[in-house]
Design a protein around this ligand. Structure first.
Ligand code: SIN
Length: 280
């Protein structure tokens, strides 16, 4: 006799994150379990669903529980038969035009694809291959970070708008560079459409400027702000296990891939983005 699995959701840190066990997302998910995961994602902002064993089709089917997939402009990294999936393989890291050798997502704390008019609500990562040690990803609860600021500063930040550009990377096709290279303006402080909580929302690497400031001044301002607010109180560092499927709510979380391993060893994540709304 096989015993039915029971869904369990457990916090991963004080700041954010929850671990989900007792579910195989290749199987149909009942409504109550889907609702519990949805609620946990709104409250904990990062969900790690353990021990999954997906083919690409099964991975995409599982993600449809949480939303619709969207095109990623990592054109050169998209899986041939499943272009919704970007294969982030550290062994393919090349030096960027500025000479820096940095696996994707490892340069700064960021949210994804802010150069889109409707940036993704969720980034999903599925851990396929991990280095012997390291390869961690950091997550920062930017609602908590916002709440930690004095009221006058929150008011001042609430008036600012960021203008995002596309980054100059070899894996972005000329077509995507043109299509997604149109500057996009978003609020620096974003309201979560479900919880209505406010969060600091920015991708420093894609920041062209803050409206009313020069580009260099804008970047200094944003970096100074993030340096101050991203403290251990608001962060969680995820140590991956093969088979983890992680969902990150981009509307309220910044993340960073740590450079704590040798990229030549091979760290492979399958990344999918889920459609979001126009930030407000
Ligand atoms: C990303 O920034 O989307 C990638 C994060 C990771 O590989 O840990």
């Amino acid at each position: 006799m096989t015993l039915a699995k029971t869904l369990a959701i457990t916090p991963l840190s004080d700041a954010l994150g929850a671990e989900v066990t007792g579910i195989d997302l290749r199987e149909p998910v009942d409504k109550a379990d889907a609702a519990r995961m949805e609620q946990a994602l709104t409250e904990r902002l990062v969900l790690v669903i353990r021990d999954q064993k997906f083919s690409p089709d099964q991975y995409l089917a599982a993600l449809r529980l949480f939303g619709n997939t969207m095109h990623q402009h990592l054109t050169g990294l998209l899986m041939k038969d499943h272009p919704e999936i970007a294969v982030l393989d550290s062994r393919r890291t090349k030096a960027a035009p500025d000479g820096v050798y940095a696996p994707i997502g490892s340069r700064d704390w960021h949210t994804d694809h802010t150069n889109h008019a409707r940036p993704p609500k969720i980034t999903a990562l599925y851990a396929v291959k991990l280095p012997k040690s390291g390869g961690d990803t950091g997550f920062a609860n930017m609602q908590r970070a916002y709440d930690s600021l004095p009221a006058e500063e929150r008011d001042a930040l609430g008036k600012l708008k960021t203008v995002s550009k596309i980054e100059d990377r070899e894996y972005v096709s000329a077509e995507d560079r043109k299509k997604y290279g149109v500057p996009q303006t978003h609020p620096l402080i974003r309201t979560h459409p479900v919880s209505r909580k406010k969060a600091i929302y920015v991708h420093p690497g894609k920041l062209a400027r803050i409206e009313g400031m020069e580009p260099e001044e804008s970047l200094d301002y944003v970096n100074g702000l993030l340096d101050r607010v991203i403290t251990p109180d608001v962060t969680y560092r995820h140590k991956w296990r093969t088979g983890d499927m992680l969902l990150c709510d981009n509307r309220a979380v910044l993340h960073i891939a740590h450079r704590d391993y040798d990229p030549a060893e091979g760290r492979v994540m399958h990344r999918v983005l889920l459609e979001g709304d126009v930030p407000f």
